[in-house]
Design a protein around this ligand. Structure first.
Ligand code: GAL
Length: 399
């Protein structure tokens, strides 16, 4: 075969529908966060997302911001190159489609009319579907997605849940609901403690502990207060229901944290027996200052550890604005050996689908404090070198 013919074949195989040629990646951009293409050459749509290893692959779930609010899923062998696995959970454009479209009939066909109405109410296409997180239940074999399920004006402030037999779906939406709250007599008179804010669930995340117990972490009370609630053994609902109020006990079945602190975008991980919870402030799409807490027990005392981002004055991405990101997840690479990646969204409010992904190595000091630094163009081998080595770090480029 002539060389030019071979070249033409190769080019036509690799040029995507976008016309971009995907180049195999072997590093993370870090704070510079160029557009991250999938293996088809399309920009990855997995905002407010989460990455974890399930089976022998890494899976990245997140928000689609390109045309619809279906939940997207990608897979990878190496964390650098991501294959689009299609929509995990699809939203529905019309109520009729639940009865007529084969995809939706397959998932919801055996529901009653009222149950289908509830599905439509939860995942019709103008609903807000944000920060989806995936959890695998080893006992039931099911895959479950939890997400921030809201109305377009954020008035519902609910948590949504969907379930599938295969990791790639299709995920069947179960329902959306508000979550835990204190009994009325335990609330004070702060404005965010008013009755209409109790039980809110907006920005959220999941955490599975070493013993398989899973938790949902969520911003409640008009984003002023963080809650963590234990999930049931199936991971499909709260362990102790939200009603009747008072059945679930603060400090036992859930915990109400940092009232009035106004924290969002929670991301939890565990290292060396300690729990870490990184959060953002609440300023919409505009970046703000990160803050993290540490605890010996999830339903125990959480200690405010301050901003983990280390200031480096000469960079365009200031540390006091979390390097212009908002936390979405901490990716456990090798938790036993302290290897974690901070995943942040650099939102582009004018063009959300062009929001970028900022992945940074998590530094852990010998006494367990964490820090994030202005790292660019780095790869996984870097995690071998940083653990427990805290210093006066300048902008790092380890490639
Ligand atoms: C942010 C939140 C995002 C999204 C956004 C909407 O505070 O973290 O997930 O809800 O507000 O303005």
């Amino acid at each position: 075969m002539k060389q030019t013919t071979l070249l033409l074949i190769l080019v036509s195989v690799f040029v995507s529908v976008n016309g971009q040629v995907p180049i195999a990646q072997d590093a993370f951009d870090g704070i510079t966060a160029n557009v991250w293409l999938d293996t088809d050459g399309n920009s990855i749509q997995a905002h407010g997302g989460q990455v974890q290893k399930i089976g022998d692959k890494w899976w990245w779930i997140g928000e689609n911001r390109d045309g619809n609010r279906n939940i997207c899923l990608y897979s990878s062998d190496d964390l650098y190159n991501w294959k689009n696995e299609g929509y995990a959970m699809r939203v529905v454009s019309t109520r009729e489609m639940l009865d007529t479209d084969p995809y939706f009939k397959n998932l919801y066909g055996n529901l009653t009319r009222a149950e289908k109405d509830a599905v439509y109410d939860g995942i019709r296409s103008n609903r807000v579907i944000e920060r989806p997180k995936l959890i695998h239940n080893e006992k039931t074999g099911k895959y479950i997605i939890w997400f921030h399920a809201d109305d377009s004006n954020y008035g519902a402030a609910a948590a949504g849940v969907a379930i599938a037999d295969e990791i790639t779906g299709p995920y069947r939406f179960i329902n959306r609901s508000r979550l835990h709250r204190l009994p009325d007599e335990e609330y004070g008179d702060e404005w965010y403690e008013a009755a209409n804010y109790r039980g809110f669930a907006r920005d959220m995340n999941l955490f599975k502990d070493d013993d398989g117990t899973a938790y949902i972490i969520y911003s409640s009370e008009e984003n002023r207060t963080m809650f963590i609630s234990r999930l049931n053994n199936d991971y499909t609902d709260l362990a102790v229901p939200q009603t009747p109020v008072g059945l679930a006990k603060n400090g036992v079945d859930f915990i109400r944290l940092f009232p009035g602190a106004q924290r969002e975008a929670p991301a939890m991980f565990k290292y060396n027996g300690k729990y870490y919870l990184i959060t953002s402030g609440a300023t919409g799409w505009t970046p703000n200052q990160a803050r993290y807490w540490m605890a010996d027990e999830i339903f125990g005392q959480w200690k405010d550890m301050g901003d983990p981002c280390v200031s480096e004055p000469d960079i365009p991405y200031p540390a006091h604005l979390t390097f212009r990101t908002q936390s979405t997840n901490i990716l456990p690479i090798d938790p036993a050996n302290g290897k974690f990646i901070y995943m942040g969204d650099r939102w582009n409010s004018g063009n959300l689908k062009d929001s970028r992904y900022v992945w940074l190595p998590v530094f852990i000091s010998p006494t367990g404090e964490i820090s994030l630094h202005s790292v660019s163009n780095w790869d996984l081998s870097f995690l071998e070198t940083i653990n427990n080595v805290l210093g006066n770090l300048k902008t790092v480029n380890n490639k």
